[in-house]
Write a new protein. Structure first.
Length: 199
């Protein structure tokens, strides 16, 4: 059995059992690009507990484990999991800690993001066959000016769906796209407009 089965919750137990046989109970049965916002939200509601269980499993090594444990208590900046067409057509849910929520949620062209801001972005994919699959948790931390000039003082981190910290080259795998595409808005991509929660 997977660790997911330890939680007693009908859908979670069921999804863990079915996962062992290769399919998830949260599968919407149609391709991700055909899902309405409401349908994507239903998939998320079904997956949410298993997603969080996965991210918090195991040692976090260089990633602060307390942030992974607590991000669900931060402010939710997207009202439903939206698929912007980046991040491998993933559906994304964005959370911002108290330090940064107000400024991030202005979705401004030229934000002044406070040092100590943390942003967590959960992800899942829905394949063309209609199967829902948990994806990585993406993290950004705004660090003190001059700490990491190459990334405009953003630290990038990612945790795989099973909780393993992902050893990626954050310059080429994260920062280059964020700075290249969104350098004019502080390196932030922001959720698609219809999913943004205004502060
Ligand atoms: C090909 C471009 C691209 C790459 C590569 C990329 N991102 Fe993003 N990222 C985006 C876009 C676009 C958004 C906004 C879309 C959304 O959140 O709905 C975003 C949003 C985010 C957010 C939410 C904060 C924000 O910008 O609004 C985090 C956190 C994040 N990415 C982390 C990462 C990490 C960590 C990596 C590397 C492992 C990474 N990203 C790689 C394009 C990219």
């Amino acid at each position: 059995m997977t660790n997911k089965s330890r939680k007693i919750g009908g859908a979670t137990v069921l999804s863990a059992m079915i996962a062992a046989s290769g399919a998830l109970a949260c599968d919407p049965g149609k391709p991700g690009y055909d899902l309405t916002g409401e349908e994507a939200a239903q998939v998320y509601d079904c997956l949410a507990e298993a997603l969080h269980d996965g991210y918090t499993t195991g040692a976090k090594r260089w990633i602060p484990a307390d942030k992974i444990a607590e991000y669900r208590g931060w402010t939710q900046a997207s009202s439903f999991p939206a698929a912007p067409g980046f991040h491998d057509s993933r559906f994304l849910m964005t959370w911002v800690n108290e330090t940064g929520a107000e400024e991030y949620m202005r979705y401004a062209e030229d934000p002044v993001i406070p040092v100590g801001t943390w942003i967590a972005k959960e992800s899942f994919t829905v394949t063309d066959d209609g199967n829902a699959q948990p994806g990585p948790l993406f993290l950004m931390e705004k660090v003190a000016e001059g700490t990491s000039p190459e990334t405009d003082d953003w630290f990038y981190m990612a945790v795989a769906a099973n909780g393993t910290p992902m050893g990626v080259n954050v310059i080429s795998a994260c920062s280059d796209c964020h700075q290249g595409a969104f350098g004019h808005q502080g390196g932030l991509g922001y959720p698609v407009e219809e999913a943004r929660v205004m502060k």
